[in-house]
Design a protein around this ligand. Structure first.
Ligand code: APR
Length: 235
């Protein structure tokens, strides 16, 4: 019998219990770093060293981080459902927890690319944990300065088309740990079929408007996923 399809949109809150700061909670990343300076194409062009150092620090933090129970439960859903994870996160914790189909809308911290043509597949390369830093003077395959494979504010989100195709065929849509403030990611919910169930796991109230019944689980990712398993699998 064909498995039902689940699409899960995750954000920084998914990795909070792994010790990685979110962006907009109190003491979040954007409280301590000026977004424009470290997460925009203008900021990179103005001061590439500052931006390279910012992502080098986040990459080294990631190497000291492990998936949390919530990531593991998301991966475990694949035993019962056809699961597509659409994440805004640039960490690799979903993959390391065992999720096999992950679409990164905002890029990947453990990858680097060309600063001339960031979406040229020939220039997107893995960063090894042994040499986690990108430095000025490091070159991409096209000879340009190597840069983080991150989608910065002001840049296109090429994987959004793939995410839409997944959302359009979802039987269940789950949102975990995102404030739904950044587009196009937050707009993904507009592509789900009318009436399919939507579950939101977040300790705070998150604005979700859609033509579907929305079930809110006001808990963290780990506890929330345990509760969701009980609901979905009538455990
Ligand atoms: N479990 C689940 N959710 C949590 C937890 C937790 N333990 N802790 C916090 N949250 C929730 C917060 O309540 C909030 O709704 O996670 C959400 C985090 O929101 P943001 O910090 O805005 O992160 P996110 O929505 O992923 O940001 C989207 O903005 O700056 C850009 O590119 C960046 O991908 C990021 C995008």
């Amino acid at each position: 019998m064909k498995k039902k399809k689940i699409v899960i949109l995750t954000g920084a809150g998914m990795s909070a219990e792994s010790g990685i700061k979110t962006f907009r909670d109190s003491d979040g990343l954007w409280e301590n770093y000026p977004v424009q300076q470290v997460a925009s194409i203008e900021g990179y062009e103005e001061n590439p060293r500052l931006v390279l150092d910012f992502y080098n620090a986040r990459r080294k933090e990631l190497l000291r981080t492990v998936p949390n129970h919530g990531h593991l439960k998301v991966a475990e859903l694949e035993n019962y459902y056809d699961v597509a994870v659409v994440t805004q996160n640039v960490d690799n914790l979903h993959e390391r927890a065992g999720s096999s189909h992950v679409i990164h809308l905002h890029g990947e911290l453990m990858k680097a690319t060309s600063s001339r043509n960031p979406n040229d597949p020939a220039c997107i390369c893995d960063i090894s944990p042994e040499h986690p830093e990108i430095r000025l003077g490091d070159k991409a395959a096209d000879g340009s300065q190597l840069r983080p494979y991150i989608v910065w504010f002001g840049e296109a989100v090429p994987r959004f088309e793939d995410a839409i195709r997944e959302a359009e065929t979802a039987d269940i849509f789950i949102i975990i740990g995102t404030s739904m403030q950044v587009y196009p990611a937050a707009g993904l919910i507009r592509y789900i079929r009318r009436g399919i169930p939507v579950y939101v796991i977040d300790p705070k109230v998150v604005p979700v408007s859609c033509a579907s019944p929305v079930h809110t689980i006001a808990k963290g990712a780990s506890e929330g996923m345990d509760e969701l398993f009980k609901i979905l699998l009538k455990e």
